[in-house]
Design a protein around this ligand. Structure first.
Ligand code: NI
Ligand code: MN
Length: 228
């Protein structure tokens, strides 16, 4: 698996030649100005919740690539009402098998409204189990630390987790460390930090805090690709 970071909470993952993009927010992020939106490959676009910093570029990428959107019922209906045709709606706790593997939409503690103010259902995260793999990865979306994460750790073997670490709107570093413990992984990719002033963090301190608890916090540069 290859993971490319596109800034904020957006990244692409290539699984068996299929491209998944999570929470596309590139054109609105000055830190990602060097990313060419037209070069972003997508067969699937997974959206955790309705906030603009997670959905902004979903429509433009989906229209260019024909990618299938995967999100909650309300968010998929919102995109369908805007003229997109390829969507798959889920709700919390549900699993579905796609050609790249299985997706479970799991709980997040946050809010979810669409950029135009309409109702965006309840926010979520995703547990992805690639085809023919016994282990999974967890994308938390925007969320507080919640005991529900323990269920994920009990039910799945999580190889790595993508967790928000920027605080203020989501978990900060210390709660993200506990979240990693709850889901049972020591390999974390940090998201949702430094994009806006309220989520500015000291990244070296964050890496050191994770390291003190025996965990590795990966903070790829925007545009970098890492292998898993
Ligand atoms: Ni949000
Ligand atoms: Mn957000």
């Amino acid at each position: 698996m290859k993971l490319t970071y596109f800034g904020h909470s957006c990244f692409g993952i290539e699984i068996n030649g299929l491209h998944l993009v999570f929470d596309p927010f590139i054109s609105g992020n000055p830190l990602a100005a060097h990313i060419d939106l037209k070069q972003v490959n997508a067969d699937y676009i997974l959206i955790s919740h309705g906030h603009e910093d997670h959905v902004l570029d979903a429509e433009i990428i989906a229209k260019r690539t024909g990618a299938k959107l995967i999100s909650n019922f309300e968010i998929i209906n919102w995109f369908l009402s805007k003229g997109l045709e390829n969507g798959h709606s889920m709700n919390h706790g549900g699993k579905f098998s796609f050609d790249f593997g299985t997706v479970q939409y799991v709980n997040a503690v946050h809010s979810s409204s669409m950029p135009d103010g309409s109702y965006g259902g309840n926010p979520g995260g995703f547990v992805i189990t690639p085809k023919e793999s016994r282990s999974s990865f967890y994308y938390a979306g925007d969320t507080a630390l919640t005991y529900d994460m323990k269920l994920i750790g009990e039910q799945e073997t999580i190889d790595f987790a993508l967790l928000p670490i920027g605080d203020n709107y989501t978990m900060g570093v210390d709660d993200a460390i506990r979240a990693a413990e709850f889901v049972g992984t020591s390999k974390i990719v940090g998201l949702h930090y430094n994009t806006f002033p309220p989520i500015q963090i000291e990244t070296e301190k964050a890496v050191a805090r994770f390291s003190e608890t025996g965990k590795m916090l990966l903070l790829p540069q925007i545009g970098d690709t890492i292998d898993f």
